[in-house]
Design a protein around this ligand. Structure first.
Ligand code: SF4
Ligand code: SF4
Ligand code: FES
Length: 474
């Protein structure tokens, strides 16, 4: 590999392999301010705060250090009067745009800027694009984009509508250098601090680090046929029959896409939705449809990421502001990961020779993915399906839907039973109104899966967090 010899300020350097001016400068402790740079993301070159002067073959010019590669013979000056003037001008604009933002204020102080000479709208977003890039590049979701041009430029979800794609992973909120992303009510980032706040606000019981806030952990079984003990189906049927709910949002199997969330308002509809598909689908459209059609007491069955979305919307006051008197009951499923249906279908077809579109039942139990078809079970290890999992799942640290009214799954229960974690008064009342066989849950078994999922998410978040503590330091 050829070596690059170059100079940054007073330091002569020699490096193997490609690197940027910013990385090389940081390696020897030279400070270059940044706003839109993060080591875990592709450089973007948006804020230009990292401007430096370069000289190559006798010609001087200004470039952005975060994305300019070091080349042999390069001379870099990080602190010339022209560089300082450029940074000051950028900061002056930023202070005018976001006068109250702490990070901008800190940088302005570092460059001896007092009050800006002009005022723009008081925005929080500095348009660094970190949120959109983390959502696209790391989480793989692309729920938000920088839209519009000129002074109208902003970060937003498509069509300014509630995002159908955001999974509430919180990555954008963690990375955003200002509070801007939290001001957006059409995406739903949830951080670990938010979880605690949401638990305190919506749930009752004792708080457990692994299982969340709950008042009862119990296994149940009814005669209604459903997944495992049939408790999800039974709760919905009981709720509709007793007029506790006037609609439910459930997931129906669909060819090709695997599943679709729909609104049902009668028992037959619920019965058609029996069984889990392990595919993540958006609940936003059917929920809006139910609300527009005047439904007021709606039960939603969803995965932990969708539970986060619903709770976040509740915390924004979205439902009550637009649809007064509505009550949403959240039945959250246990979920280790969901799958990209097309990939999964192709993989199972190739390895097992069966089409999961035709499955009588699909379940995940004890680390196995099991397709039941024509009286026969086709099984593979869930680990084998890693490449088939949905994007974003690697950043989800919630196995037990810890923000639901009742969380339901099979882990920890005897064969044929559902495990239930009762988390709110609403959840309590629902179960009290029903008759079902009860059994004891193996709590440790549930906790084992909770920790495993959390560990996986923490590992994947580490890159992001490292960047926040090192790369982004002012
Ligand atoms: S919302 Fe935050 S992360 Fe996104 S562009 Fe604005 S300031 Fe940057
Ligand atoms: S919470 Fe996650 S999925 Fe939603 S916009 Fe932020 S990064 Fe994207
Ligand atoms: S352009 Fe380099 S940090 Fe923003």
């Amino acid at each position: 590999m050829t070596k690059s010899r170059f100079r940054i300020d007073d330091h002569d350097m020699e490096l193997d392999g490609p690197t940027t001016i910013l990385e090389a400068a940081r390696a020897i402790g030279i400070h270059i301010p940044t706003l839109c740079y993060h080591p875990a993301l592709e450089p973007f070159g948006a804020c230009r705060l990292c401007s430096v002067e370069i000289e190559k073959d006798g010609r001087k010019r200004i470039v952005t250090a975060c994305n300019y590669p070091v080349i042999n013979g390069l001379i870099v000056k990080t602190n010339t009067s022209e560089v300082i003037a450029i940074r000051k001008m950028i900061l002056e604009l930023l202070v005018a745009r976001c006068p109250t933002e702490k990070r901008i204020r800190q940088l302005a102080k570092e460059y001896d800027l007092d009050e800006p000479r002009f005022e723009l709208e008081d925005e929080k977003c500095i348009l660094c694009g970190l949120c959109t890039r983390v959502c696209e590049e790391l989480v793989g979701i692309s729920a938000i984009n920088v839209i519009d041009r000129g002074v109208e430029r902003k970060v937003d979800a498509p069509y300014h509508e509630l995002s159908e794609d955001c999974i509430g992973c919180g990555s954008c909120a963690i990375i955003c250098p200002t509070d801007a992303i939290r001001g957006m009510s059409n995406i739903y980032p949830v951080t670990s601090d938010d979880i605690k706040e949401l638990e305190d606000r919506f749930l009752v019981g004792v708080r457990n680090e692994d299982l969340g806030t709950y008042s009862e952990l119990i296994a149940g079984r009814t005669s209604v046929l459903g997944q495992d003990g049939g408790m999800v189906t039974s709760i919905l049927v009981s709720g509709l029959m007793r007029n506790i709910f006037d609609a439910a949002i459930v997931v129906l199997p669909r060819e090709d896409s695997g599943a679709e969330a729909v609104v049902v308002d009668e028992v037959d509809g619920v019965m058609r939705a029996r069984g889990t598909r392990y595919v993540r689908v958006s609940m936003i459209s059917p929920l809006k449809e139910a609300l527009r059609n005047g439904k007021k007491r709606i039960a939603v069955v969803c995965t932990p990421c969708q539970v986060r979305v619903l709770r976040k919307l509740q915390s924004y006051g979205y439902f009550n502001e637009k649809f007064p008197d509505i009550e949403i009951t959240i039945l959250g499923l246990f979920c280790f990961e969901s799958f990209d249906y097309r990939n999964l279908r192709a993989y199972i077809k190739k390895t097992k020779g069966v089409d999961i579109d035709n499955a009588d039942k699909i379940q995940i139990s004890k680390g196995k993915y099991i397709v039941s078809l024509g009286g026969k079970d086709y099984t593979c290890n869930v680990k084998e399906l890693e490449n088939e999992s949905s994007v974003g799942c690697q950043f989800c640290n919630d196995f037990v839907s810890r923000l639901a009214d009742i969380s339901i799954g099979s882990v920890g229960s005897p064969e044929g039973y559902s495990t239930m974690i009762v988390r709110s008064d609403k959840g309590r009342r629902l179960l009290d109104a029903m008759e079902f066989d009860k059994a004891k849950v193996d709590r440790d078994e549930v906790i084992k899966l909770v920790r495993l999922k959390r560990k996986k998410a923490e590992k994947n978040f580490a890159e992001l967090m490292d960047g926040l503590t090192s790369g982004l330091a002012i």
